[in-house]
Design a protein around this ligand. Structure first.
Ligand SMILES: [Ca+2]
Length: 551
């Protein structure tokens, strides 16, 4: 062995020893509670600690006392994100490559696969008390609710989109359908608070049984139709008259100043479909101010609820050994196009109103990234991510810059919960988890990731290996290639300069797509996302007719 390889062997040993010591120091003997809080349709820059002007003091405090991951990925859409989060598989492997409609193909059955286990189904046999509150959206079938997928206690909506009681609405309480005005619920509830209050109520049951708990709290905020109590909205009226151009620039400045974002990355420019704020009439500006004020009220109220939950954990003596994770299911939402939507008959933001922020504000919400929910560009799949665990994470107020993904949450729970991952569920073989535990990153060490990260939704697709990312829009568009280390905002396509690298990445993606049930594709799924880009004057036309096989 020559001196240089001896040295490298020694460094490897040292690294291993340091790694083991770091983990030992960071991992308490008692297994942690695990609380996963997810927001719905929220942009990368919408929390104060990720650059926002929206005050989010409680989430900021968690970031200050814990970690912010700068490159955490979701799948770009509600249902597939929930499938990947719950199972540790890619969404198509879990049967939910699109939404909850059954499209008759293995990757697109619209309900959780029998060959997948949920985190709750893994942690419960290991002694955890398992709790779910909020938006389920993993099936439209009443026999596939949290109560049938491993959760001891649950209060859930089949989907989201509900902030105030609605006469026709149905929830499930521990698997039993109840109306929105059920006597089991408080009167005049607001969803964000309701999910939080029930989570704490169920936590008390876990404590009574002296079990560690796993909580999956899936907020429906700030998804459309945006609704919030009037007093919350009033705090934000007029604050958005500064407009998206100025506010996006301010968010970017704060992101650079905090070290979250590299100053060399050019922020995604305002799309052609989004008008310069200064070109709008005063009436238009007031209308857009109202839309964003209600959105900000939803986010602010969500932050207050997180504060309530954290205070509840602290009062119960549980905060110290609780791993709390916070992230969003997809990026800012451009649905309803550049104009957004503001319909009554009630006051904007009330239970009788329909508000969508739309593409113009979504561009600002995703600062500094391009594109939105639905897409696999960073604006669609990059989420703010906070990890807080006083007893288990020694670092305070640090960034973690390794890419991480929803599929890693299952692996992290298996690791920290010391839970065996099952080979079978109800007699059916279970697919092995795709992700890797985030515990090494908590201790400042490299993740043990062996494969690139992949994604696909409505034909939009990406593969990321190290800093290299190939990404495409729709089923038929050419791949683009980006070096995210130098260009996280995807402004400089290197496809023509590095065709060989791109070919390799695309081949890896093809192999993954076959393995993970992404192909064969269902027909016509790209219409939803491409309509948005067509409104923006870019992208391809959706397929005119159902075609047999595009795979
Ligand atoms: Ca969503």
């Amino acid at each position: 062995m020559n001196p240089s390889s001896l040295r490298s062997a020694f460094v490897s040993l040292l690294t291993l020893a340091t790694f083991a010591a770091g983990l030992a120091a960071a991992t308490p003997t008692k297994r942690p509670n695990i609380v996963v809080i997810m927001a719905d349709d929220m942009g990368f820059s919408d929390l104060g600690c990720f650059g926002s002007e929206i005050p989010t003091p409680h989430l900021d405090a968690l970031a200050t006392a814990g970690l912010r991951f700068t490159q955490f990925y979701n799948t770009g859409r509600c249902c597939p994100t929930r499938a990947a989060l719950m199972t540790g598989l890619y969404p198509h492997q879990a049967g939910i490559g699109h939404m909850t409609a059954d499209q008759g193909l293995p990757g697109y059955r619209g309900t959780l696969s029998e060959n997948a286990v949920t985190i709750a189904e893994v942690l419960r046999p290991a002694g955890y008390f398992t709790i779910m509150t909020g938006k389920w959206h993993l099936s439209s079938k009443p026999d596939s609710v949290p109560a049938t997928r491993g959760f001891d206690r649950s209060l859930n909506g089949v989907a989201g989109g509900v902030y105030f009681p609605q006469p026709q609405g149905t929830f499930f309480l521990n698997g039993t359908a109840i109306p929105h005005d059920s006597p089991s619920l408080p009167r005049d509830w607001y969803s964000t608070d309701l999910w939080t209050d029930f989570a704490l109520r169920f936590i008390d049951e876990a404590r009574a049984e002296k079990k560690p708990f796993f909580v999956y709290l899936a907020h429906n905020a700030p998804h459309f139709p945006l609704q919030a109590p009037e007093a919350d909205i009033a705090r934000f009226r007029g604050k958005y008259l500064a407009g998206w151009d100025q506010l996006a620039a301010e968010r970017h400045r704060r992101q650079v100043a905090s070290g979250l974002v590299d100053s060399r990355w050019q922020p995604a420019p305002r799309p052609a479909s989004v008008k310069p704020w200064a070109s709008l009439s005063p009436d238009e500006q007031t209308r857009f101010d109202t839309l964003m004020a209600v959105y900000a009220a939803c986010v602010s109220r969500l932050d207050t609820a997180v504060g309530h939950l954290v205070a509840g954990l602290r009062e119960r003596g549980e905060l110290e050994n609780t791993l709390l994770l916070f992230f969003a299911d997809n990026g800012g939402n451009p649905e309803a196009g550049p104009q957004g939507r503001l319909l009554g008959p009630g006051a904007p933001g009330s239970a009788n109103s329909t508000l969508f922020c739309g593409e113009s504000w979504a561009w600002m919400q995703n600062t500094p990234f391009r594109r939105y929910k639905h897409f696999n560009d960073e604006g669609g799949i990059a989420s703010p991510f906070i990890a807080h665990w006083p007893a288990g994470i020694a670092a305070r107020n640090e960034f973690r810059r390794q890419p991480a993904h929803l599929i890693d949450i299952m692996a992290t729970c298996v690791d920290l919960g010391r839970a065996p991952y099952p080979q079978a569920r109800a007699g059916k073989p279970v697919l092995p988890p795709e992700g890797t535990s985030l515990a090494p990153a908590f201790a400042g060490q490299p993740l043990a990731r062996r494969a690139p990260l992949f994604g696909e939704h409505e034909g939009n697709a990406f593969v990321r290996d190290g800093d290299w990312k190939a990404v495409r829009v729709g089923y038929r568009a050419a791949w683009e290639l980006y070096d995210l280390g130098r260009d996280r905002t995807e402004q400089h396509d290197l496809a023509a300069r590095q065709p060989e690298r791109l070919r390799e990445l695309a081949a890896q993606w093809d192999a993954w797509a076959r393995r993970a049930q992404v192909t064969p594709y269902p027909s016509g799924n790209d219409a939803g996302s491409l309509r948005i880009l067509n409104a923006a004057g870019e992208g391809e036309a959706p397929p005119a007719k159902k075609k047999k096989k595009r795979a």
